[in-house]
Design a binder for this molecule. Structure first.
Ligand code: DGL
Length: 283
């Protein structure tokens, strides 16, 4: 079998690359839904349908386990697909299949707690000392998934989300470092004004932002720890595969890349995400 990795576009390659480093012998199929990207400004129902179609494609390709390397798909679609679609699909296919997201691993990394942990709700007011800024697409910010899930686990952490409507598109368009820096500095200034002080930590809550992590670091207060989703996701997948031996990640080091967009060799930007040239097959 193979591990499927899905994203609306090429941002998820940052996660995929880290997974490949962690599991060099595993077989991977990456699917970029470039015909429909970006997802970040779409209504929720569309994000659910597009994510389902992408997963269907990867299951047809022989994947049993899929990682949604996209915050927008993970935050909006994952729970719905797990609850309403996967149980019937498992019966139809007669084999175990599952879809994992990247928000759970990120929250585990941000809270230092396993996902199953629920904070004990005490009546007394907790002073929130640790202020966490989440930079994401508008759809992820609107879902409030990071606020809700972190608050359940760590009442001493205050989460503030900053939607960045243009950033993933600017990155995909290959905007210059100075354009990107101006955009990112603007978002850091906005969230700092909203919080009333600089955040203590930051989550880059969109897979595209990983390749501009240095620009975020330069815009944030010096030394602000940044939580990296690719590492958090690789750690979580390692733990998951240990707990679920029924999923065999393959042994041939297969690497396939599918796109709903333009097949073939993609622009230099894709290399930046992945670290080497990639040729895409039509999905
Ligand atoms: N890669 C997506 C994410 O992590 C963002 C890009 C998009 O808007 O489709 O949220």
């Amino acid at each position: 079998m193979a591990i499927g990795v899905f994203d609306s576009g090429v941002g998820g390659l940052t996660v995929h690359h880290r997974l490949v480093e962690r599991f060099p012998k595993a077989d991977f199929v990456y699917l970029a839904d470039q015909a429909n990207a970006p997802y970040g400004g779409r209504p929720g129902e569309e994000i659910v349908e597009l994510t389902k179609a992408g997963c269907e494609r990867l299951f047809r390709e022989g994947c049993d386990l899929i990682v949604l390397a996209c915050n927008t798909a993970s935050g909006i679609a994952l729970r719905r697909l797990q609850q309403t679609w996967l149980p019937g699909l498992r019966r139809d296919l007669g084999r175990p299949v599952n879809i994992l997201g990247i928000i759970v691993p990120t929250i585990e990394a941000a809270t230092g707690l396993p996902w199953e942990h629920e904070a004990e709700r005490r009546g007394d007011k907790v002073e929130k000392l640790d202020v966490l800024a989440v930079f994401s697409t508008p759809a992820t910010a609107k879902s409030r998934v990071y606020e809700i899930e972190i608050d359940k686990r760590r009442q001493d952490v205050a989460v503030f989300s900053e939607p960045c409507p243009n950033l993933a598109t600017l990155i995909e368009q290959g905007a210059t470092a100075s354009v990107l820096a101006a955009e990112i500095e603007g978002h850091v200034a906005k969230i700092t004004a909203r919080i009333g002080r600089a955040p203590d930590r930051a989550i880059l809550g969109c897979t595209h932002y990983e390749i501009v992590a240095d620009i975020f670091r330069a815009a944030l207060k010096p030394g602000t720890p940044v939580i990296h989703q690719p590492v958090a996701t690789a750690d979580a997948l390692t733990r998951y595969l240990e707990r679920h031996p029924e999923f065999d990640p393959g042994a041939y080091g297969g690497r396939r890349f599918l796109t709903t967009g333009k097949p073939g060799l993609q622009p230099a930007l894709t290399q930046t995400f992945w670290g080497a040239p990639i040729s895409f097959e039509p999905a």
